[in-house]
Write a protein that binds this ligand. Sequence first.
Ligand SMILES: Cc1cc2nc3c(=O)[nH]c(=O)nc-3n(C[C@H](O)[C@H](O)[C@H](O)COP(=O)(O)OP(=O)(O)OC[C@H]3O[C@@H](n4cnc5c(N)ncnc54)[C@H](O)[C@@H]3O)c2cc1C
Length: 397
Amino acid sequence: MNFDLSEENLQVKSMAASFAQNEIAAKIKEYEKEGRFPREILRKMADVGMFGATFPEKYGGSELGFLNLAIIAEEISKAHPALGYAFNMQAMTCPFTILNWGTEEQIEKYVSRLIKTELIGMFALTESGGGSDAAGSMKTTARLEGDEYVINGSKTFITFADQADVGILFAKTDVNAGHRGISAFIIETDRPGYTAKPIEISSLGKMMQSCEVFFEDYRIPKENLLGKEGEGFKIAMNALDYGRLTVPARLVGIAQGCVDESIRYAKERVVGGKPIGEYQMIKQKIAVMVVETEAARLLTYRSAYLKDKGEAATRESSYSKYFASEVAVKAARYALEIFGGNGITDEYPIMKYVNYANMLHFGEGSANIQRILIADDALGWKNANRHNIKQRFPLAR
Ligand SMILES: Cc1cc2nc3c(=O)[nH]c(=O)nc-3n(C[C@H](O)[C@H](O)[C@H](O)COP(=O)(O)OP(=O)(O)OC[C@H]3O[C@@H](n4cnc5c(N)ncnc54)[C@H](O)[C@@H]3O)c2cc1C
């Protein structure tokens, strides 16, 4: 067993950290203030190859693999958790799902343009009836009419739906077949019948928004079906499996941000004649944050390592998603306690960490859902590894 990061991993980490500092942390405030989508920053991230880490070179990728992907996600999310969201979408959820399930034509048409940010992507699964029961709550339908699918229905909380050019959409092609009636589609947002309406979430700001999305007799060519009819649920679960690599990495980034900021502040802030870091109850919090963040990172790296070997690592990804979400929420709460009143001002990033840690705690499979999967797997009652589908283009080296 080797716990060392390779020379390449260290180089990627250092590149991502300095990019995050110089191009994100230093510039993001103006986008936040104006509530403007940070397209220029995303383009720069694409230019240095960040979104292509897990893609083959022939589609414009850099073949750096999943561990490097996790390392980049952590650094980006630490600099600004909202950019971690964009990273997830452009580097993983949207293009990687197309890579894994698309035809050669679909891959050629969309993947390299997504990882270059010529196209902005989205992933439209959740409906208002409950994200935790994506299949049971799905009312959106797709009906084949000649050479086109006609889509009707609505989705909610779809991030970037107001900015996206393309997306993966899940809809029922057979309303009587339960989750086997769900199909996946690659949609283009410039077609008639598509409307995205941002949802007010003041805690996350207006820079990157999640939206309600409405489909009214929205038509796409039948070639835009992703995978086969009825494979949509499998595709969604497989996509979430991969998301459960980048989401924990982003949560580790948030937790590490809390650790770094808290350590700096605990040394600087003098109360009662000494730096607050000298008080035992502050030390206790810092100790817990440091150790738990490192433990979450190790779990995350392990699932990345297994994915780099070509394994699905569904179980390990659940472990890391669950644990990292608990750790990040706790670290954010501790950081807030350490900062006191200053923590809730915009001068410091603590509230951003609090809000995004809380959001990611339930996003892409809530902590409860992870607990259910993990416990059922441990009890041997259900196969939590049931979506154990190998990636079609393993980058294992
Ligand atoms: C800012 C933001 C961005 C998002 N972006 C996207 C996106 O881009 N695309 C997308 O498709 N979705 C997106 N989502 C949706 C997100 O994935 C869902 O919020 C998540 O899946 C949880 O679903 P829900 O919010 O409907 O909660 P619910 O499913 O209503 O669950 C509510 C609570 O009940 C618990 N619960 C539910 N079922 C069980 C059970 N069987 N046992 C025990 N507890 C249970 C849950 O753990 C949770 O605590 C986003 C959400 C937010 C807030």
